[in-house]
Design a protein around this ligand. Sequence first.
Ligand code: FES
Length: 91
Amino acid sequence: MGYWIDRCYCFGRTFAELKDVADETGERTVPGLQEHVLFGERCMLCHAYVRRMLRTGETVFSEIVTDADEPERVDEESVEESVEESVEDRD
Ligand code: FES
């Protein structure tokens, strides 16, 4: 018997719904999507699946996907901010 994982089970949001929100808003991160739709705020096991959905477009999974498989990426904005802060620290 295989797995059939297609949603954030805590909030009942399918990955297909979340993909539509990502397509409509241009959001490419879990926190960014959470600004538009309620999901992923309980057990957070869906975060790795959502990251994979954002990366590949898949919305149904037949395998376990963990944070190790789809690590949270440092977004470019926060890297730029930390670079700016370190430049300011030197001044
Ligand atoms: S499955 Fe998404 S928060 Fe639990």
